[in-house]
Design a protein around this ligand. Structure first.
Ligand SMILES: [Fe+2]
Ligand SMILES: [Fe+2]
Length: 231
């Protein structure tokens, strides 16, 4: 298992796992400073290097999850990271999936429109995902911010209300990916089809990581805060 440290250079990180680039972007780091160690970059842009390392190592190694270490970071840092991830999904990943699906449908040489079922399934999935993100952005995260700032939140709301939601969204994306793998016929452009599938696979991986941070880090932190405030 490779663990990145403050001495790792951006170039090594990207060569090892280029999927980490969008994760770095969420911290305001892009390809510019290739040979600078992560520690120096973080110091120059006032990013907590320990938090960044915990996030990228968690993302890179599926089995690496320093739960206690992550829970020790401020929930504000975690909220900020999660919100940037939402923006990445909404502004980049979903439009990309739609663009590829559209191109794929247009490449159909059979005239049978077999992808309509997949499109329908995707649109239903997207609706549920957007609803979920909206709830986090409009209800859950503001509730956590008010707990942090004022030491009190909406008295009628507790984080328990929100807890059980992620599995549904993960399963639906998993099903969508499986539909593409199992049922798509060779009447579409192979390259577009592969790219569509790869985009879904990467999104699935990113989303599982995202939900894991919400479920295993953020929610326990909020439960602890609620216990401290309400006794
Ligand atoms: Fe989220
Ligand atoms: Fe979530």
């Amino acid at each position: 298992m490779q663990i990145f440290t403050k001495n790792t250079q951006v170039i090594d990180l990207v060569e090892t796992n280029y999927h980490l680039l969008p994760v770095l972007n969420r911290f305001g780091i892009s390809l510019g400073n290739r040979e600078m160690p992560l520690g120096e970059i973080c110091a120059s842009i006032h990013v907590d290097i320990h938090f960044l390392l915990a996030i990228i190592n968690t993302y890179h190694n599926e089995d690496y999850f320093p739960e206690k270490e992550l829970q020790a970071f401020s929930p504000t840092l975690i909220l900020d990271y999660l919100q940037k991830t939402h923006v990445y999904y909404l502004e980049y990943v979903l439009p990309k999936i739609e663009q590829l699906l559209d191109l794929l449908m247009k490449s159909d040489t059979s005239g049978k429109h077999q992808l309509e079922l997949i499109e329908k399934f995707y649109l239903q999935y997207k609706k549920e995902l957007l609803q979920h993100i909206r709830e986090e952005e409009e209800v859950v995260f503001p509730y956590i911010s008010s707990l942090l700032q004022e030491g009190s939140g909406n008295a009628t709301y507790t984080i328990h209300t929100f807890e059980k939601e992620h599995s549904n969204i993960d399963i639906k994306l998993h099903d969508l990916k499986n539909m593409v793998i199992k049922y798509i016929e060779p009447v579409y452009d192979n390259n577009i089809c592969n790219e569509f599938l790869i985009t879904l696979l990467r999104f699935e991986r990113d989303l599982v990581d995202h939900a894991r941070i919400e479920d295993k880090i953020l929610i326990p932190q909020v439960l602890q805060l609620e216990r401290e405030i309400h006794g």
